[in-house]
Write a protein that binds this ligand. Structure first.
Ligand code: SF4
Ligand code: SF4
Length: 246
C-alpha cells in the first residue's frame, strides 16, 4: 500500500523536479528537537526531498555569473515551493495523511543572528539518499553536484526510504573549495564556518538600514524572511571550482 503511495508520488513529481528521495523519520534521530520533522508535521513519518538543478552554464558565464545565479536561485526557490505545496495537497487528496511543506529558502528560524531551515534540507537530502556531504559541507548529488536547490514535504504517511549514498563525493586530494574561498570560511582542519560564508556572500539593500543596530537585529527573523527575501549573492567561488559541479 505504502509502496503504491511512493510510486504515485514519484510519478506525480516525474516531470516537475530533477531529483526526489524519501527518508523515513527514523533517520533523523540526531536532528535538534526544534528542527526535527516532528516539529513541522504532527506524527511525521516520512520526509520527501525534492531538488531542481541550477544549469551548469550559470557557473561558467563569463560576464554575468552572479547575476544569472541570483535569478536562477530565486526562480527555483519559488518553483520548488509551488511544487511542494502542490505535493502536500496531492498527498492529502490520496487519503487521510497530513502533509506539510518545508520552504526552499525562507521563512527560516533564527538562533540569534544565525538562520536555520525549519529542518536542514541538505541533511534531509543525505538521509533521503540524494547525495553525500563533501568537504565543503555541501550535499553532492551524483549527477548534479551541489547545483540542486532543495525543498521538502513532511508527511505522516509511512513510505519506504531510498538507499543512502555512502561514498565520498570528493577526490582524495581535492581542496579546491577551501583554497578558492576569499572569506576564509573553512577552518584549518577544513570545517565549514557557515556564518563567515553568509557574511561574505549574502547581501541585500535593506540589511544595512534594517539591521544596523541592536534594535534592528531584534527583528532579524522578520526582516530577512520578508524584506530580505530576494537576496544578492556576492560569491560562488567554491561552486565554480568544485569538480563535482562540472
Ligand atoms: S560561497 Fe564564497 S565565501 Fe562562501 S564558502 Fe564558497 S567561496 Fe567561501
Ligand atoms: S571542491 Fe573538491 S574538496 Fe571541495 S567539495 Fe568539491 S570535490 Fe570536495
Amino acid at each position: 500500500m505504502q509502496n503504491d503511495l511512493k510510486a504515485t508520488i514519484t510519478h506525480y513529481l516525474e516531470d516537475r523536479v530533477s531529483a526526489v528521495g524519501f527518508a523515513p523519520v527514523a533517520r533523523f534521530g540526531d536532528a535538534p528537537e526544534a528542527h526535527h520533522p516532528a516539529a513541522v508535521c504532527k506524527n511525521a513519518q516520512t520526509v520527501i526531498v525534492l531538488g531542481i538543478e541550477v544549469p551548469r552554464g550559470v557557473l561558467t558565464s563569463p560576464g554575468y555569473n552572479l547575476h544569472t545565479l541570483h535569478r536562477a536561485y530565486h526562480t527555483v526557490y519559488r518553483q520548488l515551493d509551488e511544487i511542494s505545496l502542490g505535493l502536500c495537497n496531492f498527498i492529502e487528496s490520496q487519503g487521510r495523511h497530513h502533509a506539510v511543506m518545508i520552504p526552499s529558502y525562507a521563512p527560516m528560524a533564527f538562533h540569534g543572528a544565525e538562520p536555520w531551515g525549519l529542518i536542514s534540507l541538505k541533511h534531509a537530502a543525505v538521509r533521503a539518499g540524494l547525495g553525500a556531504f563533501g568537504r565543503s559541507g555541501q550535499m553532492y548529488h551524483p549527477t548534479f553536484g551541489s547545483r540542486l536547490r532543495l525543498a521538502a514535504v513532511v508527511t505522516e504517511a509511512a513510505i519506504p526510504g531510498d538507499p543512502l549514498i555512502e561514498s565520498d563525493p570528493c577526490p582524495p586530494k581535492c581542496r579546491a573549495c577551501q583554497q578558492s574561498c576569499p572569506a576564509g570560511a573553512f577552518a584549518p582542519e577544513g570545517r565549514f564556518e557557515k556564518m563567515k560564508c553568509l557574511g561574505h556572500t549574502i547581501k541585500h539593500a535593506i540589511y544595512p538600514l534594517a539591521l544596523k543596530d541592536a534594535n534592528g537585529l531584534k527583528h532579524i527573523e522578520r526582516v530577512i524572511n520578508t524584506a530580505g527575501y530576494d537576496y544578492w549573492l556576492a560569491c560562488d567561488e567554491c561552486l565554480k571550482m568544485c569538480p563535482n559541479n562540472r
